[in-house]
Design a protein around this ligand. Structure first.
Ligand SMILES: [Zn+2]
Length: 361
């Protein structure tokens, strides 16, 4: 019988969401070597047995439209530069077959996702260009309403779901084979997406609202409906989405963290100091354990079985990590916990990557 460690090494482990390009865009950050900051670099990915990871091209809803497209291009460029610099360790992947072949060669597969459709404006040819550049999912919006749909983060809704342009965008994404990511969107937008999309839909980094009642998480009914359409919910590691008690304790500290993060482009030196302070304050709170991630996985499995759940860490996009899951090198702890809870190797293989890979044509 295989140990949990052997199983973790054998299977293809896929993380459907990390924000590492935020750091790559900052010139001089070389993830080819072990970093003392952030949650992800190629050395720690290897240690953590993470074989494939979606790097998110993130833009903020606070940025001007042209700024969104420009910063997205900078993020693409920084990922491509990183790939060129580390040809012995990583390569771009856009399908499951390539990811499996890279694992055989001992290399990590880097996929691209776009977090927020802002860089597309209302131009479907830009969508087609981003698809050519490697993008295989798009999170329709982030923490604000945009031209495509409403966000889970806003009180005022602009479209009461998906906009008419959003509907066109989804149709073209379906045609191209770009997955629609419902993370961050409003409940009504979620149901519009399920109605309009002709293909399975994913949430690349969310949790279960039944276990932590925040708008970013999915209700049991949403999970059932997502699964009925063949989709996958990728459980995220963000403590505020894992645990309501933590979420309430942390919320007064989050503004300071956000402001420190935003300060980078204006004043990198001041950013550094403020960022450290904000991070320290958050780490002083007791954090949920990595086992809480597996509680959320368990919950989805109980609702819809083992074919519709996976992991989407949000490493480098989150301010703190769960206890025992401090960076990407700790990912084997999840496999081990699933193993200890009695999951079969076949189910663990699906959860740790197989389910999401199935949706990548
Ligand atoms: Zn996100």
């Amino acid at each position: 019988m295989m140990t949990a460690k052997e199983l973790h090494e054998k299977i293809l482990v896929l993380d459907s969401h990390c924000d590492t390009p935020i750091f790559l865009r900052r010139k001089g950050v070389d993830i080819g070597q072990r970093l003392q900051t952030g949650h992800v670099d190629l050395v720690r990915m290897k240690e953590g047995g993470v074989d494939a990871s979606f790097f998110a091209i993130y833009v903020s809803n606070n940025w001007e439209p042209f700024e969104c497209t420009f910063k997205a291009l900078e993020a693409f460029a920084s990922v491509y530069d990183m790939l060129d610099k580390n040809p012995d360790k990583v390569a771009l992947a856009t399908d499951a077959k390539t990811a499996r072949a890279l694992k055989q060669q001992g290399k990590i597969a880097i996929f691209l996702g776009m977090e927020n459709a802002g860089p597309i404006h209302k131009d479907l040819s830009l969508l087609r260009l981003f698809h050519r550049m490697g993008v295989r999912y798009i999170t329709l919006t982030h923490a604000g309403n945009n031209k495509v749909c409403d966000s889970s983060a806003t009180k005022e809704k602009r479209w009461n779901g998906v906009s008419p342009f959003g509907r066109e965008l989804i149709a073209e994404m379906n045609r191209l084979g770009v997955l629609v990511d419902v993370a961050h969107i409003s409940d009504q937008a979620f149901y519009d997406v399920l109605k309009y999309s002709t293909r399975p839909v994913v949430s690349t980094h969310s949790c279960c609202r039944a276990l932590c009642d925040v708008p970013r998480n999915l209700t049991d009914q949403m999970i059932v409906d997502l699964a009925a359409k063949g989709g996958v919910l990728q459980i995220t590691f963000y403590p505020s989405f894992l645990d309501k008690e933590y979420s309430l304790a942390a919320s007064p500290l989050l503004d300071a963290y956000e402001e420190a993060q935003e300060l980078y482009d204006k004043d990198p030196v001041a950013h550094e100091e403020r960022f450290k302070q904000a991070e320290k304050a958050l780490y002083e709170l007791p954090r949920p354990s990595y086992k809480r991630v597996v509680d959320h996985i368990d919950h989805v499995v109980k609702l819809v079985g083992p074919d519709h759940v996976g992991i989407g860490s949000d490493f480098d996009g989150i301010d703190v990590c769960p206890e025992g899951l401090e960076d990407v090198s700790y990912v084997p702890a999840i496999t081990e916990e699933l193993y200890n809870r009695g999951y079969s190797p076949q189910d663990i293989e699906k959860i740790m990557g197989g389910n999401f890979l199935r949706l990548l044509p």
